[in-house]
Write a protein that binds this ligand. Structure first.
Ligand SMILES: NC(=O)C1=CN([C@@H]2O[C@H](COP(=O)(O)OP(=O)(O)OC[C@H]3O[C@@H](n4cnc5c(N)ncnc54)[C@H](O)[C@@H]3O)[C@@H](O)[C@H]2O)[C@@H](O)CC1
Ligand SMILES: Nc1ncnc2c1ncn2[C@@H]1O[C@H](COP(=O)(O)OP(=O)(O)O)[C@@H](O)[C@H]1O
Ligand SMILES: [K+]
Length: 517
């Protein structure tokens, strides 16, 4: 049973897929009315539990917002249940035409004497609103009068709990279709929908939780079988991917050798942070190529690393990679290149792109790649490339793919397909795609990470894990997703202990280990 729950919690679906899954359940004989009763029953039982964390009193007044479809039907069943538990209830039902089941539930609520209002001006005060206006059936932009009603409801300082997703959001892109409910809490029904992981939707979601209503896994599998998977990373999947436990008999080169290429006179700190991120990965051997003038600084921060001082340009960038004797780029299990390089290190980036080793490009590595023409350049690579852009870098790299502000998941899928690289698009909800269209999503993080240097830590951590994955049977995509998950978890833990203001990039490196133990 736990296995089923874990599998369900990893699934992310589009509205179309959810509809197909429901269709199979109904076709198999589950009555629609019974499913609605079950789903709404679960929500009605969950509401008091969520409320018990607040100063909500029994008998308080709850307003129910009812739309024309089955989202409205769910809300009406919730209304009925809460009414019988002694809450004062009123219903806002502004649509004249309702789906049949929804209409029947409305009729019964009316027969119980629950007041029903058609216009926003009539609504009494309430302590809580339940939003059942639209679920995944919303297909067009909202217009007046419902759009302005939603705007007015958002202005009341009353908590709003949304059923399935905040009404007005596009289920797949998370776009606001005209306007949308700003929920304090959202009960996502059955399976996680894509909108929950699109940055633009987050401020509307509030706290999100999944209401599992026992969708059979076979129906999920049947619908998703040929589609590229969108996988939500859970602690179980991430921990399972880490190179733990180590084999008792091993040596440092079997545990991965990472080459970091980073830093310049101007950006020395980035090199240190990248090195500290790599240290936390547990990588067997760490070499760091920096401009000669940074060598002693790096040695003092990372005594265990082999610091390779390189000849530098007049501006203090690496001019030439000068690896130790008997060493070349093929000596490493992975290379991570970019933080703090400046654009003056262009020849270095050109050189590492030619190597046949797994390569991570970040920061200036990405800016230089963009100048070279990302897609054409990457197509020539033999080994795997991992790109770790934030939205700005992403737009420079891939000017012709879907706008990342419109649909981050689609954008990252297109970028990976066109460049044949694994692309990690950073943000509040980091998304990773491979060239085959599969996507990995990091479901939680913290805005505490929105600080200079946190990305450098990720590059080092990811580099160290990728070098280890290369020596073991761990897939590149899984290790990239695991690195991003770990980075977010460290941020979350640090923010819990130190507030969201307390997570500078150096502190973040100190929390990486703590996040696992
Ligand atoms: N059938 C069931 O028992 C179940 C119901 N669920 C609920 O059903 C929802 C999906 O139900 P529906 O497919 O009926 O869809 P919704 O209730 O999400 O809304 C669709 C209705 O809104 C109308 N509509 C769409 N865009 C509009 C716009 N811009 N302005 C005005 N009207 C618009 C449509 O014509 C349709 O009547 C889910 O989100 C969930 O809440 C499921 O999650 C669980 C099972
Ligand atoms: N609002 C946010 N919520 C969660 N994580 C965030 C947020 N903003 C940024 N991050 C994370 O912080 C890191 C910032 O990386 P980046 O933009 O490359 O910064 P830098 O180059 O300064 O190190 C990324 O891992 C990103 O996902
Ligand atoms: K809703």
């Amino acid at each position: 049973m736990e296995d089923r729950q874990e599998k369900i919690s990893q699934v992310v679906v589009t509205a179309g897929q959810m509809r197909d899954i429901e269709k199979r359940i109904f076709a198999a004989g589950m009555p629609v009315v019974a499913l609605m009763e079950k789903v709404a029953g679960l929500i009605a039982r969950r509401i008091p539990e969520v409320l018990s964390n607040t100063s909500f009193l029994r008998g308080s007044c709850i307003g129910i917002l009812v739309g024309p479809g089955h989202n409205g039907g769910d809300a009406l069943v919730v209304a009925r249940e809460l009414y019988f538990r002694g809450h004062e209830i009123w219903i806002y039902s502004p649509f004249s035409k309702l789906k049949e089941l929804t209409s029947q539930h409305l009729q019964y609520a009316q027969s119980l004497g629950i007041p029903i209002y058609q216009t926003i001006e009539q609504l009494p005060n309430s302590d809580l609103l339940i939003d059942g206006l639209f679920g995944f059936g919303l297909e067009r932009n909202l217009t007046d009068p419902i759009a302005s009603a939603i705007n007015q409801l958002n202005e009341l300082s009353v908590p709003i709990y949304s059923i399935d997703l905040p009404s007005g959001l596009h289920t797949d892109t998370g776009e606001v279709l005209g306007t949308a409910i700003r929920a304090t809490h959202t009960f996502c029904l059955g399976l996680w929908k894509l909108a929950f992981f699109q940055d633009q939707a987050l401020e509307y979601m509030g706290k999100a939780e999944l209401i599992d209503f026992d969708i059979p896994l076979v129906d999920v599998e049947a619908v998703l079988k040929d589609a590229p998977r969108i996988k939500r990373i859970t602690p179980a999947t991430a921990l399972d991917t880490l190179p733990l436990p180590r084999p008792p008999v091993t040596h440092k080169y079997k545990e991965g050798h990472l080459l970091l290429i980073c830093g310049s006179r101007r950006y020395a700190g980035g090199a240190i942070l990248t090195g500290l991120g790599a240290r936390a990965s547990g990588v067997g051997m760490l070499s760091i190529a920096v401009p000669e003038s940074l060598k002693s600084l790096l040695v003092s921060h990372l005594p265990e690393a082999l610091i390779v001082g390189c000849p530098e340009t007049e501006t203090g960038a690496i001019a030439q990679l000068q690896l130790p004797e008997n060493t070349n780029l093929s000596s490493f299990n992975a290379i991570a290149c970019g933080p703090g390089l400046t654009r003056d290190a262009t020849p270095i980036v050109q050189e590492v792109i030619k190597s046949e080793r797994p390569l991570i490009l970040d920061a200036d590595g990405l800016n230089i790649l963009a100048q070279m023409g990302a897609i054409a350049t990457l197509k020539k690579r033999q080994a795997v490339t991992v790109l770790t852009p934030h939205t700005g870098e992403f737009e420079r790299l891939f000017p012709d793919v879907t706008d990342a502000k419109h649909d981050r998941v689609k954008a990252v899928q297109e970028a990976a397909a066109q460049s044949e690289a694994v692309v990690l698009l950073k943000g509040a909800r980091t998304a990773i795609a491979n060239p085959q269209g599969a996507v990995w999503i990091i479901p939680e993080s913290t805005p505490a990470l929105a600080r200079g240097g946190s990305g450098d830590v990720l590059t080092g951590l990811l580099g160290g894990l990728l070098a280890q994955a290369a020596t073991k049977q761990i897939s590149v995509e899984d290790i990239v997703a695991t690195a991003a998950w770990w980075h977010s978890q460290a941020g979350i833990l640090a923010a819990q202990e130190r507030t969201e203001l307390g997570v500078d990039a150096f502190t973040l490196t100190q929390y990486l280990m703590k996040a696992l133990t």
